[in-house]
Write a protein that binds this ligand. Structure first.
Ligand SMILES: [Zn+2]
Length: 169
């Protein structure tokens, strides 16, 4: 099988940040996949499942109600590594264009009060595993990172040199 694009990123050199993971042309549309990397791999603790689950519900609800972007949101999903989320939007979009939306989303999540959207047994498969305090903390840390972000927080590290380039060509 061909490796998927995200496997080609050197996660040992990857910082927390906001990145274009890849773009797919599907029919006449381009879809852009963003890597919202909240935690630096192998340097910071990964998020708890309760934090990620609460953020998934809060952020996806916010994104799908944002007046500017709601019609272009395809999905917002947790990474299995628990270091971040993927956001897929319709269109050929770059980080500087999406950044205000991501800032709004995590600013909102960092101050969230009240019932978490969809957190009932009829609406969700495991609603008991949500931790709003952790979620707000993770959201605030990420919001601050985006506000103060440097170039390295918006551009993937340069690809590592492949040891077996050309041997399949
Ligand atoms: Zn859920």
């Amino acid at each position: 099988m061909e490796p998927i694009p995200s496997f080609s990123i050197d996660h040992l050199r990857l910082k927390a940040g906001l990145y274009v993971s890849c773009k797919y042309d599907i029919g006449a549309e381009t879809l852009t996949v963003f890597d919202l990397r909240l935690k630096r791999p192998y340097q910071e603790e990964v998020m708890t499942t309760g934090s990620m689950h609460a953020l998934e519900h809060i952020c996806e609800s916010f994104l799908r109600n944002d007046p500017l972007w709601k019609d272009r949101i395809v999905s917002f999903n947790p990474m299995g590594s628990r270091t971040g989320f993927y956001l897929i939007v319709v269109g050929d979009v770059n980080t500087d264009i999406i950044l205000p939306l991501i800032e709004r989303t995590f600013d909102y999540a960092s101050d969230y009060e009240g019932d978490i959207p969809g957190a009932t047994p009829t609406e969700c498969g495991y609603c008991v595993d949500m931790d709003l305090d952790e979620a707000k903390n993770d959201a605030a840390l990420y919001y601050n990172l985006l506000i103060e972000g440097k170039k390295e927080n918006f551009n993937y590290p340069k690809p590592r040199k492949s040891k077996k380039s050309d041997d399949k060509k």
